[in-house]
Design a protein around this ligand. Sequence first.
Ligand code: SF4
Length: 511
Amino acid sequence: MGFISLGCPKNLVDSEVMMGLLDRAGARLTAKPEDAEILVVNTCSFIDTAKQESVDTILEMARHKTEGRARKLIVAGCLVERYREEIQKNIPEVDAVIGTGELESILAAAGIETTPGNAAPSPFTILTSRQAEVRSGKEAEAGTHRSRAGSDGVRAGNQDSPKGRAEGQHREAQGRFRRDAWRGASHLLPSYLYDENTPRLLSTPRASAYIKIAEGCDHPCSFCIIPNLRGKFRSRRFESVVAEAEQLVARGVREITLIGQDTTCYGEDLGLRDGLATLLDALARIEGLRWLRFLYAYPNRITGRLLDTMARHDNICKYLDLPLQHASPDVLKGMKRGAGAEIFLGTLGKVRAAVPGIALRTSFIVGFPGESLRDVLVLQEFIKEAKFDWLGVFSYSDEEGSGAHALNGKLPRRTIESRRQRLMKLQQSISRKTKQSWVGREVTLLAEGECAETPLLWEGRSQFHAPEIDGKVYISDFGPLEKLEAGRFYRAEIIEAHDYDLVARIVSAES
Ligand code: SF4
């Protein structure tokens, strides 16, 4: 087996950086697990199920070392930040661990001695397919692992040195980033940021790429341990992000998705006002960039300037990912996020008025300690009124080290799950109706390739679908065209709608 990236797109970017460093150092990359001599698992540790998946994957990979030809197993990512010593003590097959702030250590962990601009010979093979592909036994598609590394030989690292931010200092003084509750965790908070000169090996489909614009988080959300895992909020330099976007577009990327734990805080530590809006404004001017979007917005940081910027540029997707977590003021207070249904409806109203036709995604957590039936009803009514295009409901996970861990009023798993299902069912009926209204609409689609389940259909996305998380658009009819090309844009008519997915017929190819 080989390089497996678990968890969110932010972790995926870390994987791409580590793969880029290895690639630049001369490592040969393969999608065949049985050929890999060094295996890397980049783990997630956000909630219980993610931790379990990470441990299962490490153990699965360890078998390739004891029974196969693999000779090294490296574990990276969030699980290391939390269980560094435990992993080394309890899984002896693991040769090295790399925290989220130590990405450059991948070279030493893999046993590669290299100097900047002086690539080492290729001593091993690394599997670069992502977990889904590995699990399904599918080989990584040709072209998936294209090297987009800069060739200037500049050493990767803290070109973007992290700066302080009043909110971060304040939270630190309050103990926000303490790891005392975690035995065996590293005591050092990560501070690493990659930059435009850091090599990255993209693993996303040909025309799309993520850019991580910031790392860490200073918010006090009581259910969340991400700040303890990823450190204080720090933005990449403005020029560095613009330069990386220009490089990506020059190499054929047409869709860029900006990510960070909270993208709407971008630039606050650099002294920028409305940093995200300013950044979007600059990026939207890059010639050849067709779609630009950002994920993970924080509700009270949606400014008028941000919305104006979204409305002004045709290539900024009319799409907003706004994780609200709940709608009951009491639960939100316990979560240390504040606000409530009424305030959120006001925000959504402003967003829809400023950016007509915008698609809205949110996510909620149910089963927070003390959540009453009344709180669930408040959330239910809010979901009915807000009519989100895309919505995820997650079960509360009681994480040691989070503020909520010490709270009373924990709910039984069964109760949490039944609340989650009830809300998902409600959203399903809302989505069914709103998706029906798409039938007959003409949209631009980015063709992504043949459908995994059947070669009779292709898959695509509109600007209203973010990569990997939203429903799909199946293309059943190529219209006047003989064939489609993955990574190209087409005009298409929506001809059918299901609960979450749509079916389209191609009208014409776009230039
Ligand atoms: S905004 Fe809240 S939920 Fe999101 S990463 Fe920061 S602390 Fe966690």
